[in-house]
Design a protein around this ligand. Structure first.
Ligand SMILES: C[S@@+](CC[C@H](N)C(=O)[O-])C[C@H]1O[C@@H](n2cnc3c(N)ncnc32)[C@H](O)[C@@H]1O
Length: 232
């Protein structure tokens, strides 16, 4: 792990002025992107795996990278079933030892996986978004989860939702989006790994001396948050 990591370089000085509009649009319009076949297949596998652990509360590790956080969460919550999802075959294939029985790594596009999970009635007890790609350029707001059309689906799944980032503005924007979409106030605070980083990115940023930010919010399971085709 390199000890130096560049901090975020952005042309934004505060929350994006287009954020409210993006969230409104996401809440009012169904996401029409077809589900990719490979994610459909990966979801079915995850569904079968989870069905064999139906008595265990679910933890989603969304954008799990190499899956170290998935392993660590599985160790911290041995009575939970932990599913790590990432679209990068390369990252997921890196060798980090055997997976515990209560952990699964899935290669899938989250935009599709989240929609399938919500449609199937999944209710994660805990849901982690650990160091998502920041897309710091102002023009890329729609690629950040808070500006993405899938945001209502993420929030509708409910549970203890936790976002971590080395970019304060990302976390603050996400909190604004949560408040707008759900009326719930998310807690934003500095995150101290206390010698136990949960992910490689957390470790890399911390070792570089960067401040880490964390958002936590407890959300109800609320599929009605998601606009439906032909709905009001
Ligand atoms: C900056 S990395 C962080 C990885 C890990 N959470 C960590 O902290 O070490 C962001 C990860 O999100 C994944 N990712 C981004 N967009 C995704 C998507 N639409 N579906 C699945 N994974 C995605 C990337 O492949 C990458 O592994």
């Amino acid at each position: 792990m390199h000890a130096s990591s560049r901090s975020i370089d952005t042309n934004q000085s505060g929350p994006h002025e287009g954020l409210t509009g993006r969230v409104t649009r996401a809440l009012e319009n169904p996401l029409r992107k077809p589900i990719a076949e490979h994610t459909q297949a990966a979801f079915q596998e995850a569904r079968t795996w989870l069905a064999a652990r139906s008595e265990m509360p679910l933890i989603l590790d969304a954008g799990c990278g190499v899956g170290l956080s998935t392993r660590r969460l599985a160790a911290s919550f041995p009575d939970h079933a932990v599913i790590g999802v990432d679209r990068s075959r390369d990252r997921l294939s890196r060798e980090h030892g055997p997976l515990p029985d209560n952990a699964l790594l899935v290669r899938a596009d989250l935009v599709d996986f989240w929609r399938l999970a919500l449609a199937d009635g999944w209710r994660p007890a805990r849901h982690y978004l650990l160091y998502p790609n920041p897309y710091p350029k102002s023009a890329h707001l729609k690629m950040r989860w808070q500006g993405h059309p899938v945001l209502p689906v993420i929030l509708a799944l409910g549970g203890h939702l936790e976002l971590r980032s080395n970019w304060r503005l990302y976390v603050e924007e996400f909190a604004l989006a949560v408040a707008q979409a759900t009326g719930h106030e998310a807690q934003v605070a500095i995150h101290e790994p206390n010698g136990k980083p949960l992910t490689p990115f957390e470790q890399k940023y911390h070792v570089s001396g960067q401040t880490l930010w964390k958002l936590v919010v407890q959300l109800p399971h609320d599929p009605d948050l998601v606009a439906r085709e032909g709905g009001a």
